[in-house]
Design a protein around this ligand. Structure first.
Ligand code: SAH
Ligand code: SF4
Ligand code: F3S
Length: 474
């Protein structure tokens, strides 16, 4: 049994980050373990987790499992979890409650826990003590070891806990079964060294490690060959890409240009920490047409005092300066953000500063959250006297403002003709298709299914808060 350890997970040594290329192997005796069996993966959390689930899918299919979208039909269930806020935790434990009943009726059912919650000491203790009926737990660092973990479980028939808390290496060669045929997630880096005081990610994902540029470019070229139109470069703080390389000063701006030069139709990247956003990056984004005019730029708070307590290392003024620079240099750039309300010690005045910043920026949209204390992080020990009721009121007020600006931004597009990558049948109407503009606006379009997978000009007819309606304009 290998349990997670926060003290180890927090460590950042100067040791070299290794790129390991031959770590993914499937032992012969588990190659057919999934024959005539179905798997179901439930994914919580961010894009990185979604992409991890695509890898877990491919690994399971390499062991002869087939996918099902109905968990009640599955022989193997994996919950790929998120630890970012308390409600993510609660959702996972709620789901485990439901699965427990299933397991009583279907004893052959295998159930595993993966993702960021697996990296938390308290969660793994709870699983060991109260969820003994589960079959295996693995973490974010050893996805590629899933075949061996299953092999061990089959041998011992006991709960197999195998979670690493090292700083992490870069593992190449893990297959991926992507959910979309048109747009793809591409990891460019793992982990995070920022240690914002509220955030669990540096503990659950390890040290910042950038993938080698050649590996990323090769992956993008291969995606183009297979008909992909769009890639999203993924990292917790993509602007810091390359900062961990020792013998080269290849940075995010270099990677962005090189990815743009492959000729892929659309390049996106998430998430950008304002701190590492360089002028050169802005130039590159402005220069290449296929780099989308869309930047997710989390601000977290509009109060410089709170930003300091959060360890974000920029002030409200720094953020506004960067924001305005991007808006001035990148034409029609859409900028979205993340905001936390109710951070320990946030006063009414601090919150007013957040509202003021939102009024100045008029974000295209924003993800807003009530602060959730995460065990093991510095902020969890800070004094927090604001009541939940007050925090909820602040959130509500913030959302009203954010939504008003989202709708305003959408309204400005009515009557315009904009290219949209149509990617699926619309969730709200099966006669419509849904897709995104390069500025990441969701558009529902009355169109024939033959357009799925294509970038088409769409005339925008109507604007809602979270989406647009349009028609094909060829
Ligand atoms: N790496 C990204 C953020 C990843 S987490 C960045 O720095 O921009 C996504 C968002 O969750 C964060 O931007 C933050 O707004 C929110 N978040 C993180 N920890 C949180 C916590 N403890 N409570 C509430 N929201 C949190
Ligand atoms: Fe968390 Fe900050 Fe790292 Fe983002 S940059 S993942 S908020 S520690
Ligand atoms: Fe959640 Fe882990 Fe992503 S905590 S937001 S799944 S990095």
């Amino acid at each position: 049994m290998l349990k997670p350890n926060f003290k180890e997970a927090k460590k950042r040594t100067k040791d070299d980050i290794k790129v390991l290329r031959n770590e993914y192997v499937i032992p012969d005796d588990v190659k057919n373990i999934g024959k005539n069996k179905k798997y179901f993966i439930k994914t919580y959390g961010c894009q990185m987790n979604e992409h991890d689930s695509e890898m877990i899918s491919a690994i399971l299919e390499d062991m002869s499992y087939t996918k099902t979208s109905d968990y009640e039909d599955a022989d193997l269930i994996i919950l790929n979890t998120c630890a970012i806020r308390e409600n993510a935790h609660n959702k996972t434990f709620g789901m485990l409650g439901r699965i427990k009943h299933m397991k009583q009726e279907k004893p052959g059912l295998m159930v595993g826990l993966a993702g960021c919650m697996s990296q938390e000491e308290s969660v793994v203790e709870e699983i060991i003590n109260k969820y003994k009926w589960m079959d295996f737990v693995f973490g974010t660092h050893n996805i590629h070891k899933l075949p061996e973990i299953l092999q061990e479980h089959v041998r011992t028939k006991k709960l197999e806990v195998n979670v690493w808390s090292n700083e992490g290496n870069v593992i190449e060669g893990i297959p991926s079964k992507r959910d979309s045929k048109y747009k793809a997630w591409v990891n460019i880096m793992y982990g995070c060294d920022k240690f914002c005081t509220y955030c669990i990610v540096p503990y659950t994902r390890g040290k910042q490690r950038s993938r080698m540029p050649e590996d990323i470019i090769d992956e993008v070229k291969d995606l183009i060959k297979r008909g992909y139109q769009e890639v999203t470069l993924l990292g917790q703080n993509v602007n810091a890409y390359g900062k961990d390389f020792k013998n080269t000063d290849y940075k995010m701006e270099n990677l962005l240009s090189d990815v743009a030069k492959t000729g892929i139709k659309r390049v996106r990247f998430v998430t950008s920490h304002p701190w590492d956003f360089t002028d050169n990056m802005i130039e590159v984004i402005a220069k290449y047409d296929n780099i989308c005019n869309y930047i997710h730029l989390p601000v977290q708070s509009g109060s410089s005092r709170i930003l300091k307590l959060m360890g974000r290392r920029y002030t409200k003024e720094d953020y506004l300066k960067l924001y305005n620079k991007i808006k001035a240099k990148v034409k029609n750039c859409s900028i979205t953000t993340d905001i936390i309300v109710g951070f320990p010690g946030e006063t009414k005045e601090d919150f007013k500063q957040t509202l003021d910043l939102v009024k100045k920026c008029k974000f295209d949209s924003a993800f807003t959250f009530i602060y959730s204390p995460r065990e093991g992080t510095p902020a969890a020990k800070m004094v927090d006297e604001t009541t939940l009721e007050e925090k909820e009121q602040r959130l509500h007020k913030l959302n009203e403002l954010v939504n008003k600006y989202s709708k305003d931004a959408n309204r400005k597009l009515v009557g315009k003709i904009i290219p949209v990558l149509l990617e699926s049948v619309s969730e709200k109407d099966e006669n419509m298709l849904a897709g995104y503009t390069d500025t990441m606006k969701l558009v529902n379009v009355k169109a024939d299914k033959k357009y799925i997978g294509k970038i088409v000009n769409v005339k925008i007819l109507d604007a809602k808060t979270w989406s647009l309606d349009g028609e094909i304009n060829e």
